[in-house]
Ligand binder design. Structure first.
Ligand code: SF4
Ligand code: SF4
Ligand code: FES
Length: 300
């Protein structure tokens, strides 16, 4: 199922922004900067684009229409900044690096979770109305800013790396293959777009307690495949806790998280599916089960 498909499943209320309401009704009208949408200026280097931006807070809000000048090479965050500079000085948006690395400018553009600073205006038709809404899975603070503290709570619930008991600092050695495997997951910029798009929590607030989400199940997978992690020797079975404490079973490998990841991390194929397979082996494969039992009895 695509990100767009998830995003289209709106709640119909206005306490949260309509997730994919590119055709929705506008709550107000901004000051037009110039001529009608899509028309180039006299020099041909800029044009006026139609934007629809969600404005409001936790109490409610709606979409407002704006016409904004767009120049060649710009990204959506440039347009949001121009809106702030020319028409809506109080428009709330979170951003830091404008380089796709801090993960703070996450929002939904035409219903798809994206980084505002990495979404080029050139991917849209000039005549298209571009709708920007806050991340739907998390509570709105104001306008395009959401409270993503759910993710920090989940991060704290994942037991951290357990240093191997028989090695000191500087004695750790790993095969390059193992380094490469976890390196992919380390590219995560914590934008939480994957957390936002995952249908397990996107439309089911009640699942948030039991489900860590793709970003943090990926963290469990990373630690579980780390050759030096001493969790098991210390009595922590990451495969079982993935199932029992972090809700791995809720994931039905739709791959939507992978589709929206701006770092191109293959969350589903390289983290979630292997973790599911190892958890199933642990539980149902009699040889793996016996081996674990013997290891545990020997205190290994
Ligand atoms: S693959 Fe799993 S974690 Fe990723 S979006 Fe689908 S259900 Fe959620
Ligand atoms: S895994 Fe990708 S989409 Fe998810 S938080 Fe990290 S960078 Fe963002
Ligand atoms: S502003 Fe840092 S990722 Fe967009």
């Amino acid at each position: 199922m695509s990100a767009e498909t998830h995003a289209g499943e709106g709640t119909g209320t206005h306490t949260r922004p309509p997730a994919h309401d590119a055709e929705g009704t506008a709550g107000g009208t901004g000051t037009p900067g110039a001529v009608s949408g899509g028309a180039p200026d006299a020099t041909g280097t800029s044009y006026i684009a139609n934007f629809r931006v969600w404005r409001g807070d936790i109490e409610g809000g709606g979409l407002e229409d704006f016409k904004v000048e767009v120049f060649e090479g710009e990204v959506v965050l440039d347009i949001v900044h121009r809106l702030q500079a020319t028409q809506t000085p109080d428009l709330a948006v979170r951003w830091n690096c404008k380089a796709g690395k801090c993960g703070s400018c996450s929002a939904e553009i035409n219903g798809r979770p994206r980084l505002l600073c990495m979404t080029r205006m050139s991917i849209f038709e000039r005549s298209e109305t571009i709708t920007i809404t806050p991340l739907r899975t998390f509570p709105v603070v104001r306008d395009l800013v959401t409270d993503v503290s759910f993710n920090y709570t989940k991060a704290r619930e994942i037991p951290s790396f357990v240093p191997p008991a028989d090695l000191g600092p500087g004695e750790y050695r790993m095969q390059q293959e193992d380094v490469g495997r976890s390196q992919e997951f380390r590219k995560c910029i914590e934008c939480f777009l994957c957390q936002d798009v995952c249908h397990v929590v996107r439309d089911h607030e009640e699942n948030k307690q039991a489900f860590a989400g793709p970003r943090f199940l990926m963290r469990v997978a990373e630690l579980d495949m780390h050759p030096l992690d001493g969790a098991e020797e210390s009595g922590l079975d990451r495969k079982s806790t993935a199932q029992e404490d972090h809700g791995l079973g809720y994931c039905n490998i739709t791959k939507c998280c992978t589709e929206v990841c701006p770092e191109g991390i293959k969350i589903t194929d390289n983290a979630l599916i292997p973790l599911k397979e190892r958890a199933a082996d642990r539980k149902y494969d009699p040889i793996v089960w016996l081996g674990n039992k013997i290891r545990r009895r020997n205190g290994a």
